[in-house]
Design a protein around this ligand. Sequence first.
Ligand SMILES: Cc1cc2nc3c(=O)[nH]c(=O)nc-3n(C[C@H](O)[C@H](O)[C@H](O)COP(=O)(O)O)c2cc1C
Length: 285
Amino acid sequence: MENLISISSSTCVNCGRCEAICPSVIFGQGEKIPTLRHINNCIVCGHCVAICPTNSVVHNSFPAEKVHAIDPLQLPEPEKLLTLIRARRSNRAFTDQQVSLENLKLIVEAGYRAPTATNAQQVHFTVVTSADKLKEISQFTIDTLLASIKLLKNPLLKPILKKMMPGVFRYIPIFERMDAEMKRGNDMVLRGAKAAIFIHTPASMNFGKEDSNLAYQNCSLMAESLGVAQFYTGFVCAASARTKHRKLAQILGTEDVVYAGMALGMPKYQFAKYIDKKDVVVHYI
Ligand SMILES: Cc1cc2nc3c(=O)[nH]c(=O)nc-3n(C[C@H](O)[C@H](O)[C@H](O)COP(=O)(O)O)c2cc1C
């Protein structure tokens, strides 16, 4: 859609906020109202509309119904936000209860609200609740990870690979155990999750991985706030990357590249305590 931006001269107070806030330097200083230039560089972030104290910036992407007032009293106090961040844990013990669609929708909204490079907003979500699909994803993960360690076990290559990538050998018993447990009906990949949300972007996005993982973190905080248990599906994402992302995308029915994922369910147990992390390493310069 072509960007159409104008400024209402009858209400603009020429405060300079739109000029100061616009990341694309579209607004310039004018005598009575700001000047406009290079409108096609607009990344449609809506900052100009959101910052204007007199609703004088008119942007065709942001009609009045898409602009909402923020009530400062509704924002969490810093201490409350930090408590939520401290309370958020990966919780892998789920009940048999489904996660409600209402909660899944709120979790997706939180993810979609995360920032994206150049405000691309090309982060897409696939919500899986079908038990068969979840099983297929776990089986794909185990099959792919097992295939990837086959080479490591080749007696001729082993001594060379051990020198080149010593770290990966620790995964051999882990993947073999995941396979053995799966055969016994114990899924160590998705751990009996009742839902999974996979986060993906078109392959053409330069920051698809970053955008997707920022979305994940918003999703995880929302889940925590809703009392929904979740964890990051790192093994699934690692398996996906090993098939150039094609196989998982195929299972999910998307052409995108899947960069992040979360397994969800209702918690069997709640963490009543948070514990300290290792001492933070931080330099203030
Ligand atoms: C990139 C990444 C991959 C992860 N992969 C998995 C996974 O495949 N399975 C799992 O159970 N947890 C996974 N986790 C969760 C971590 O194990 C967990 O975040 C870590 O142990 C710290 O625990 P906390 O999230 O409760 O603070 C992953 C986390 C990250 C950030």
